[in-house]
Design a protein around this ligand. Sequence first.
Ligand code: GLU
Ligand code: MG
Length: 430
Amino acid sequence: MADRLRAMFCDHLSIMRGKYLPASKMRDDESRVAQALFSVHYDKDLLIDAPHSKCREGIPDMVFKWKGDEIREGWEPDTKVVVSDLFNSDGSPLPLCPRGALKRAQAAWQTHGLTAKVGLELEAYAFVRNEDGQLVPYDNPGGVVYGTGNFTDPARFTDAIWDAAAEAGFRLELITAEYDTPQFEFTLTYDEAVKAVDEMVLFRQMAREVAYDHGIILTFMPKPILTKGGSGLHVNLSFADKDGHNALSNGEQGGPEFLNDLGRGCVAGWMRHHKGLAGLVAPTALSYARLQPASMSGYWCNWGGDHRGVTVRVSAEGGKKARLEHRMADASANPYTAVAAVLQAARLGFEGKYALPAPEAGDCFERTDAGFGVGANLTETVADLEADKALCAAVGQELCENHIFMKRAEVDKTSTLEGNDLRDFYIWYV
Ligand code: GLU
Ligand code: MG
């Protein structure tokens, strides 16, 4: 096959969009698509007049631009891939661009001489189509948590993902089975924030495509099976200082007692912006089937040490490995926007010297010190986001306005759906 470039960007719905282009485009270059994409929903409903999408202004173009030195190996034959930034047609940055929001967040931390490093953990469920064409969970009755081998994955699709990842040069930390069946976890090696999210969106796309070649629909949506555990997108954060040292490190030991001012500020920021964050990082109707008390995800406004019941887990590892884990997001969020929101809330806490509440002392099943959790549903958390003016301004006012409008439309679209119909509103795209 002739060499080609697959240039892509991750949109507001966390969908990868782009074009196949000839090899002559393998350099700093650009292409155009309609800006009204930002008013398109999962059900392909178009032109719902979302703010800043220009869908009632003649559906003009926006430009996606990529850098030649960011073009990397892909997973299809003779096809390289690249992730792009979005611009208005006059060349100015498009405020709705999620990757742009993450670049702004990274730059804001850089004014403190700190480079945010991010490690992302992805959880996903596997489905197949049955003879009637319906989607049913992949059959792996011998699957167990931390399972490996063919009892966990009889079709060996995770082996194919491992191989494709190695060939394309993705740096995988691990693949294993998650708590429920048929649920899997994929952890990528940490990197500078924008690079880490670029790798994550490409890896996720590759994993979904390789699985689909095996007849498997791999979904990263937060709660595809209501009676089983949810799937999260945990964000592990550390910072490199100007000398490349881990700025969260406070000696060789980790854990809450060894948090330095930087770590304390980040955690305090996440606590203060807990409710508003949910509207951005857990942004679909089924996110709130996952974010529930006692769900080992980011429901409660609390933090602690090596404790899976809290939203912010301070790693017990210190020194070079010192890090904070924010457990609220799920991969139905645009991961650029989600990581930008996590970084900006942390920065607000650090710069504002917010007071840090005491760490969680309860088990988070029967007892918790947390005074409150996230809103009960997308309607509530979108309102919480709108009310959190500081967070919206930090992440990007126009981006948040578009997001809030689109999420209210999503509430309308999904309010009459239940069970598998609600699942299937999302499953092919997330
Ligand atoms: N599946 C859990 C979640 O929804 C997380 C389990 C874990 O890895 O600790 O976030
Ligand atoms: Mg996990």
